[in-house]
Write a protein that binds this ligand. Structure first.
Ligand code: SAH
Length: 359
């Protein structure tokens, strides 16, 4: 596959510019990483060069659809890649900042039962450029409404720790060139043990979140099939090693599934796992988004609150993740899962590219 705009290193950009003076490379790099704009907008450059750069710096992502919800505060993008694959990115705006949720793979091989991406299967890894461009384009839109992107979460499509090299290099760019603090970048994994170990060795102290969803192997196996390869003991062991190196609190994600993992005994088992880490893990309770391929429903609000209180009584900090964009299918992989039917579904909050802009 040919290199796209954000695949290129600064050195490669300099080479593209032939013998131009060094400040030209700086101007291009600023256009890409400070302004996150298009070559056409780089008015410090001569017009002929701008035109040439449009061809030399091809975009990796083409907008297929953009959905807006939460009064314009959640924007979900469906991107087409050069080879026809589709991925998603979510931009969540808050009063004084913004978070971008990025995809690390087209599809996912982990096959978690309740996850729309898992139900659709794996297509391929994303390149550095495909990951970084998601952040750059979301940042451009955030800047348009005076928000600064402060946080990045690898919680879109794919398993980031099954694609470590591009993900780590993308983290470097996001940190070094987009200026986002490593402590504001979170890599979420289903529990790929070698990946957790690699993350502990990675030079940037990014956060680790582990999608646990169940605290005993017998009931985790069917929900999170990779558990057969990396059972809970191995995952917790890797988290302990990560903590020894990093001294950064780990968080556990827990999608609340009615009758499956929302009972009192589930909270107790989870609290035991949390306490095996020092400091104890933080729990993020996620109200389950319904997906077509999974019959079981999410826990009701009262149950989620009760589960949270139970964890807190057991000495574990737990927060309930606010559901963003439920009505635009902002759960992992849901937009892409609808495939070609996307543009035709007459839903009140779904808007097409040309008409939807964050307000
Ligand atoms: N593969 C990584 C990151 C992508 S998914 C991982 O598993 O952590 C990001 C989070 O969304 C994970 O915690 C995942 O379990 C959760 N998720 C997936 N489908 C969901 C759904 N239908 N409802 C709620 N959370 C979901």
């Amino acid at each position: 596959m040919s290199l796209s705009r954000y695949d290129l290193t600064r050195q490669q950009v300099a080479e593209l510019l032939d013998n131009a003076p060094k400040y030209r490379t700086d101007q291009v790099w600023e256009g890409m990483y400070r302004d996150c704009s298009e070559p056409d907008d780089w008015s410090t450059l001569p017009r002929a060069l701008r035109e040439r750069l449009s061809g030399l710096l091809p975009r990796a992502l083409t907008e297929v659809l953009r959905s807006v919800s939460d009064d314009g505060q959640t924007i979900k993008y469906l991107w087409g890649l050069a080879d026809g694959n589709r991925i998603e990115t979510v931009l969540m705006l808050y009063p004084d900042r913004a978070t971008v949720c990025v995809s690390s793979q087209a599809g996912c091989a982990m096959a978690c039962s309740f996850c729309a991406t898992g139900q659709a299967g794996f297509s391929r890894h994303l390149s550095v450029g495909e990951i970084v461009e998601q952040v750059a384009l979301a940042r451009r839109d955030a800047a348009g409404v005076d928000r600064r992107v402060s946080n990045i979460v690898f919680m879109g499509m794919g398993e980031p720790l099954a694609n470590t090299e591009p993900v780590f290099e993308a983290c470097r760019r996001i940190h070094d060139d987009l200026g986002i603090s490593a402590r504001s970048i979170t890599v979420s994994t289903v529990g790929v043990v070698p990946g957790i170990r690699a993350l502990a060795e990675f030079e940037l102290p990014v956060n680790l979140a582990v999608s646990l969803h169940s605290a005993d192997d017998a009931s985790r196996d069917p929900i999170v099939p990779i558990n057969r390869r990396y059972p809970l003991d191995a995952v917790i062991g890797a988290c302990q090693d990560y903590l020894r190196v990093r001294r950064r609190r780990v968080s556990f994600e827990w999608g609340m599934i009615s009758g499956v993992n929302d009972r009192a005994e589930d909270a107790e088992l989870l609290a035991d796992l949390c306490h095996r880490l020092e400091p104890s893990a933080h729990v993020n309770l996620i109200p389950l988004n319904p997906t077509p391929g999974y019959a079981t429903v999410g826990s009701g609000h009262q149950t989620v609150r009760g589960f949270q209180r139970r964890l807190e009584n057991l000495g574990v900090n737990a927060t309930i993740r606010r559901n963003r964009g439920t009505e635009i299918d902002a759960a992992c992989g849901q937009l892409a899962a609808q495939g070609v039917s996307i543009g035709r579904r007459p839903e009140r909050n779904r808007q097409t590219t040309s008409s939807a802009r964050p307000t």
